[in-house]
Design a protein around this ligand. Sequence first.
Ligand code: A2R
Ligand code: GDD
Length: 320
Amino acid sequence: MIWRELNPDLMLIDMRVLVTGSTGFVGEYMMDFLENKNIDAIGSSRDQVGNSDVITLDIVDVDQINKVIKGHKPTHIVHLAGQSNVKFAWEDPQTTILNNTIGTVNILNAIRDYSPYTTFLSIGSSEEYGNSSEVLEYVDESYLTSPKNPYGVSKLSACYLVQQYVQAYQVQALHVRPFNHIGPKQSEGFVTQDFAKQIVDIEKGRISSHIRVGNLSSVRDFTDVRDIVAAYYELLLKGKTGEIYNVCSGKGFSIQEILDEFISLSDSSIKVEIDPTRFRPIENKYLVGSNKKIKEDTNWSPEIDVKTSLNEILNYYRNL
Ligand code: A2R
Ligand code: GDD
């Protein structure tokens, strides 16, 4: 047991959190969340960001990482930087493994060597499980890991490395398996964005009345990004070193149901067209998680329902 676990409230005073990938989808919400709590948060991004305070850091570059960790000695790191797109991982598995696995081990090495008291929140994925079981309805953290794509492999490898560094070098790390997260401002290439953008394009007469979609039969567990970053914060404070935590709602929706909900939110007439280029070589049919463990170990519980998130995503595109 370390002091962080003895009294999490004491820690707030001195928190200095490094957020990698702070200009990505989750990163921007994470930075806002920490800043609203008046916590000292340092963002980092691969690309230089104008005149801002965001540190330029490519996690594949060992010298850069060592310099940042040595120089800032953050009390905590929320490691969001990585290649996040499952479909792209099939197209470029090497880049995916490089950014997600090697990038993570680079940070673990830097923590071990230059900042051993840093708490490291490693962000994995539900894709580490591969398919979860429809019989069990949802999977907990002890469920068999059998990734079905290079993205899942890259995240599971990072998970193993985290656990090995905890055991071998006493690095204060935990690993998170978020299930699908959604909200306004996510990049295109993720299902809710792809659907919402096309619906608004139809509403505004930019394209014909056809929405192009991929596999509608898969089932996923969706959580709003604002709930996700609240979960990460709770885990920084109360998550147990060496443990794995699912972050999810525990409820499954088929992609067909997500599409139907979007269509019901629009007054336009929308026809659905299956686009084979949107399918993946192997599809995880069913991925729904149990959030019992995080609820037991922290004060977290998801608050925003899926319909609210979908509505906000659609309105975001309407107002662009
Ligand atoms: O690809 P870019 O330049 O937009 O930057 C992405 C950044 N990133 C990196 N940053 C530093 N060094 C690298 N080698 C590197 N590779 C990628 O990570 C982007 O700004 C950020 C990831 O943001 P998103 O793609 O928007 O992902 P999201 O949804 O915020 O996911 C955060 C984490 C990822 O590890 C996902 O795999 C996981 O949550 O679901
Ligand atoms: N992207 C996309 N676009 N997916 C579609 C489409 C489409 O037009 N039509 C159907 N799908 C299906 C995909 O085949 C998949 O079954 C499901 O919608 C969700 O796809 P994505 O939104 O691309 O997300 P993902 O499940 O592959 O991965 C996301 O969730 C992981 C956690 O479960 C990403 O956010 C990962 O970074 C994250 O780790």
